[in-house]
Write a protein that binds this ligand. Structure first.
Ligand code: PGA
Length: 237
């Protein structure tokens, strides 16, 4: 893994944006895997500011809460529309449909979308507990799109966006680890001391589903961009 330790969130966003832009400009048809959360906000801000041509770019998102529709201001569809999709001319954008009550059908449908649109570059954040997308500690590395139960730590972390803890959805459609590992290239970003433990486990720990992001040690092309706080527990820098 290619690990870059930079000064702050702004530096993470700039470096990640440049890598994504290089990919966008590298060929006629590009698929980007995208993520939600606070980590990518700075990257999407740079997209809005610079407005690169993305008319040849298809996007596939990692996950969506079950039970929230695109009008709900905490759904990931709403987040993506607000931060990115309403501002640029992407060719096609895909997220799981959080309102589909046919869970198995939605997972199979999203797997088909991913098969046809395998990301050239997948952007990832990481949870405080080492999750990627909603693949929580203990979940199998063999899963493709699945119905994930949010870990209590994730419900807690995400409750900052909801009126109360009880309002946080407890399940989500999520790309599985197996799906994520299909991406040709992966770009993982993280900042802040809250992520330090997960970053250490991902980079220096054993590959174990107790630390889902550790699987990335087995991916051939991963770039990690973190700030000094997120890097603070690493033994080698
Ligand atoms: P964050 O979430 O970017 O809001 O920290 C990352 C994650 O939980 O995967």
């Amino acid at each position: 893994m290619n690990v870059n330790i930079v000064k702050d969130k702004a530096a993470i966003a700039k470096m990640a944006y440049d890598i994504m832009l290089d990919m966008i400009n590298s060929k006629d048809e590009v698929t980007l895997g995208l993520a939600t959360g606070s980590s990518p906000e700075g990257i999407y801000e740079l997209f809005r500011k610079n407005k690169p041509n993305v008319s040849h770019v298809t996007t596939v998102n990692l996950d969506e809460y079950i039970g929230l529709d695109a009008e709900h201001d905490q759904s990931y569809a709403y987040f993506m529309n607000k931060h990115l999709f309403h501002h640029l001319n992407f060719k096609q954008t895909f997220l799981p449909n959080g309102m589909n009550s046919d869970f198995a059908g939605e997972c199979a449908h999203y797997d088909e979308i991913l098969e046809e649109n395998t990301p050239d570059l997948q952007l990832l954040g990481i949870g405080n507990n080492g999750h990627i997308a909603f693949n929580e500690p203990g979940m199998s590395f063999e899963l493709t799109t699945n119905v994930a139960e949010l870990a209590p730590a994730t419900v807690e972390a995400n409750s900052r966006y909801f009126a109360s803890h009880d309002d946080v959805p407890k399940t989500a459609f999520s790309m599985g680890i197996k799906s994520i590992m299909q991406a040709k290239e992966i770009l993982l970003i993280a900042s802040g001391v809250g992520k330090a433990e997960a970053i250490k486990g991902m980079l220096e720990g054993p590959v174990t589903n107790q630390m889902p992001a550790s699987i990335l040690q087995q991916h051939p092309k991963v770039t990690v961009i973190i700030d000094e706080d997120a890097a603070s527990l690493l033994s080698k820098k």
